[in-house]
Design a protein around this ligand. Structure first.
Ligand code: MRU
Length: 351
């Protein structure tokens, strides 16, 4: 039986502002906030009000385009100079998700073909809107392709939130679950809570509930036990950056799941759009790993849970080595080892 989809979305462009779902406040408060200035866009990204690699890229693209529309300059040269400075500013907000720089580069390309300030403003905004529409189509294809590999699997584990609210719609790793609902396929999803900032508990559990998907929350340290006791049949995760050899950066804790999958002989899939591939990074050693502030670990919801002055190490991402990945589900199809070759053939040189 097919169902009507109720997938939550997180980004909505209005004529002169971007409305975002404030992911910091979920699941207790469902609040949409307006972004209008470049500083507000930067703040929304760095404080995780908006997060997830594709959603970060789209937000930055809208931010740069919107800000550029407000430049009061006379010459195209001055316009481009200001654009470059703001592009650099936004690009520095989060270092690991390559979709951020990818989206900003797509905007920059627009400027190669304009001959006036007004034309630049119009075309930049169109480019951001087009990126948004493209991402939705891409995520839907990832969902379809994901369903084709998960068709005989029912019990699936995931980590972090690579869902609709991390993209324009549907998500990457969560897309097969949303589309599965639409097509009458019922998954049983185990969501790892994802310490330290609980994207699994606060966001994935909420998003899948909204969409009517059967979701069970576990803490990250329950993953091995759950795989064994509940008969997990596949793990599917998102990605922030994939190197030319298939090494994949994703939320901290992902590589731990890949190692467990090897032990239990469970297939481990990465789901990502081609905008997440960075062919200039040859392997995972080339991927910059964001380190975030100590309070994410020493406090929970403002309450201190660790001794004052304890040393803290807070990497936000880890790298799953390509040899632990069964397949990478993209909008262009499913890539299998040898990844160096399948990535080169299917993703090739990025636009
Ligand atoms: O720090 P976050 O919440 O931005 O990390 C997000 C992830 O690691 C996601 O899995 C990844 O960006 C893919 S989102 C489709």
């Amino acid at each position: 039986m097919t169902q009507t989809l109720t997938v939550p979305t997180s980004l909505e462009w209005h004529e002169d502002y971007l409305l975002i779902l404030n992911q910091q406040k979920l699941p207790n408060i469902v609040e949409y906030i307006k972004l209008t200035s470049i500083e507000e866009y930067y703040d929304a990204i760095i404080t995780l009000k908006v997060r997830g690699a594709p959603a970060i890229g789209l937000t930055a693209a809208y931010g740069l385009a919107q800000s550029a529309c407000q430049y009061e300059v006379k010459t195209l040269e001055e316009f481009i100079d200001l654009f470059q400075r703001e592009k650099k500013y936004l690009a520095a907000s989060r270092p690991t998700a390559v979709n951020l720089v990818w989206a900003l580069n797509r905007l920059e390309k627009v400027l190669e073909k304009v001959s006036s300030v007004n034309e630049a403003k119009t075309n930049l905004l169109h480019a951001a809107i087009q990126l948004h529409a493209e991402d939705e189509a891409v995520c839907r294809l990832i969902g379809e392709n994901g369903l084709s590999v998960l068709k005989d699997k029912q019990i699936v584990m995931t980590i972090c939130n690579a869902g609709s609210i991390a993209t324009s719609k549907y998500g990457t790793a969560l897309a097969p679950f949303h589309l599965g609902r639409e097509k009458g396929k019922a998954f049983q999803v185990y969501a790892c809570e994802t310490r330290p900032v609980l994207q699994g508990a606060r966001l994935t559990a909420w998003e899948l509930q909204q969409s009517g998907v059967d979701v069970t929350l576990i803490t990250d340290s329950m993953a091995a036990h759950t795989m064994k006791e509940k008969g997990v049949e596949a793990v599917i995760v998102g990605a922030d950056r994939i190197s030319a050899n298939g090494d994949t950066a994703n939320k901290i804790g992902t590589s731990m799941l890949s190692i467990l999958c090897k032990h239990f002989n469970i297939p481990f899939y990465v789901a990502a759009p081609s905008s997440t591939f960075d062919l200039s990074s040859l392997d995972g050693n080339d991927i910059p790993i964001e380190e975030r502030n100590r309070e994410e670990i020493t406090t929970i919801d403002g309450t201190v849970i660790a001794p004052e002055n304890v040393h803290v190490y807070n990497p936000a991402f880890d790298v799953t080595p390509h040899e632990l990945i069964t397949g990478i589900i993209t909008e262009k199809g499913i890539l299998y080892p040898r990844f160096e070759e399948s990535i080169q053939q299917n993703i090739g040189i990025k636009q």
